[in-house]
Ligand binder design. Structure first.
Ligand SMILES: NC(=O)c1ccc[n+]([C@@H]2O[C@H](COP(=O)([O-])OP(=O)(O)OC[C@H]3O[C@@H](n4cnc5c(N)ncnc54)[C@H](OP(=O)(O)O)[C@@H]3O)[C@@H](O)[C@H]2O)c1
Length: 232
């Protein structure tokens, strides 16, 4: 098996990287920052806000079974749309939605006839509007709908491709640190996120990964979209 993981420098992506490096499989990390780990590992540098860099990547593999984990993501500028720069919305949509979509397309086009599993890391924010997260919410619902459409297309073709889009819950990572550092004047939900942290209610990235691995290895796949809280 060959696993491609985006955004491996911290949080969920780093926990995935550590998990798969312990297995006897080929792992390729893709992102801006190389964590410099030991093992059967290679790194492809890419800033997912730069589509030229994304288009230049190759996900071609010699292995017959492939797993793509589209994990890299950004919350963007935590501000109301009226205060944001055009480039803030552009960056969030590009990193969280367009780039993972292109990687899904690439891995399928470059590896015909292979068994491919795609895990897109979505968010509960796909299902509800959160003021000051307009780009983030929009990007994650786009990823969910894309994932469902892609799965239906591949079923029509009878190909061996499984697609998941999973909301991981509120996870203890750099993204949550950034959320808690938002200016109170810009973010009406700030106190909710501070309270979750103070009450130790954030999930460990390692727990998230163990549950996601369990989902990926399940024989019978029933859905495309999952929320971690609904998984065993
Ligand atoms: N934490 C939560 O509560 C939560 C909840 C729901 C969904 N999620 C989703 O979970 C995923 C992982 O986030 P996390 O919580 O583990 O946060 P994190 O620790 O901030 O990790 C984000 C990863 O994405 C990479 N990344 C961000 N922008 C990038 C860019 N332009 N180009 C390349 N890589 C980029 C970061 O790399 P650099 O080191 O180069 O910045 C980092 O490796 C994201 O898709 C996020 O939306 C998180």
């Amino acid at each position: 098996m060959h696993v491609f993981i985006t955004g491996i420098s911290s949080g969920i992506g780093k926990a995935f990287l550590e998990y798969y490096l312990k297995q006897d499989i080929v792992v390729t990390g893709i992102g801006r920052t190389n964590p410099q780990v030991e093992g059967n590992y290679s790194f492809m540098e890419c800033d997912f806000s730069n589509l030229s860099q994304v288009k230049a990547l190759s996900l071609k593999s010699e292995e017959n079974e492939l797993l793509l984990i589209n994990n890299a993501g950004t919350i963007g500028a935590i501000q109301r749309v009226s205060n944001q720069h055009v480039s803030d919305l552009y960056e969030v949509m590009t990193v969280n939605a367009i780039s993972p979509m292109l990687l899904c397309q690439k891995i399928i086009q470059e590896n015909p006839e292979k068994k491919i599993t795609i895990l897109n890391i979505s968010s509960g924010a796909a299902n509800r509007a959160i003021p000051s997260w307009a780009g983030y919410c929009s990007s994650k619902i786009a990823l969910d709908r894309f994932s469902e459409t892609l799965q239906m297309e591949e079923e029509e073709k009878l190909s061996d491709i499984r697609v998941y889009s999973v909301a991981p819950g509120v996870v203890d990572s750099k993204m949550q640190e950034k959320i808690r550092s938002a200016a109170p004047v810009d973010f009406s939900s700030l106190s909710n996120f501070k309270t979750l942290h103070e009450n130790n209610e954030l999930l460990s990235p390692y727990l998230v990964v163990s549950k996601l691995v369990k989902l990926l290895t399940k024989e019978n796949k029933t859905h495309v979209i999952y929320a971690l809280k609904d998984l065993e």
